[in-house]
Design a protein around this ligand. Sequence first.
Ligand code: ADP
Length: 271
Amino acid sequence: RRQTSLLMREIRAHSRTDRKLQKAKEAAEAANQAKSRYLIGISHELRSPLNAISGYAQLIQRDPDIPARRRDAIKVIRHSSDHLAGLIEGLLDISKIEAGHLTIYRDRFNLQDFLTQIVDMFRLQADAKSIEFRFLPSGNLPIHVYGDEKRLRQVLINLLSNAIKWTHFGSVTLKVGYQNQVAEFSVIDTGIGIAERDLERIFIPFERVETAESSSIPGTGLGLAITKLLTEVMGGDIGVQSSLGNGSTFRVRLLLSAAQTPDRPAPAEKQ
Ligand code: ADP
């Protein structure tokens, strides 16, 4: 009897701890939601004055009568406001994803056309830097798939822009494979590479790898954080392989079914 009552006491203590843990979790979640709502609000509020600043700077820049010294100053205003706009958009994206305010669609789209558009866009950018751009589709790529075309485009644009940005010689390759309804996109570059100790960090908001070069290359440090969050809310995953001086490979895997599958729910949105 004594043993049974000890056991009962232990069970009660456990369930008290469980309830406390549950409460703490709920409080943390509520605080997180409040933080995201706050950030969404701030980002919205910052947008309109910033639009006015960059709009007027553009207007003044077009004036043929302004002296050269002023022209440089206006250029700095425009660059700074563009950078700020990038930060605000990035923060807004992250807050929306974290608050679960981002709807992920599962619509039918033409994967071949989608890839052609992306390849055309980046071939031009690579040409401008005298880098080779290679597109390597493999396997049986379906023509139509179901997924969120806009978000997938955002993911690939972020990875390809980074690849071009950090590559000065050689090539940038987009490889696309497809197996068992899962698409695998690899963005491979022969650029500066990333040291092993920095590989985890680069997916964290505002983290940039400090090198003599990176301080002169513009960026917000938000692109990869957004890319990872977007990939995950679409139900996919992202990985990177890189070493300093030897280029990088970013790989995204994602379910892109070739047929509508009503019995399979769309990838869950983060709550
Ligand atoms: P941003 O490019 O705006 O700084 P990102 O989040 O896109 O921010 O990238 C974070 C950091 O990761 C970059 O500052 C850069 O140091 C590093 N990085 C990202 N992609 C590459 C790449 N393809 N090659 C080398 N370094 C990269």
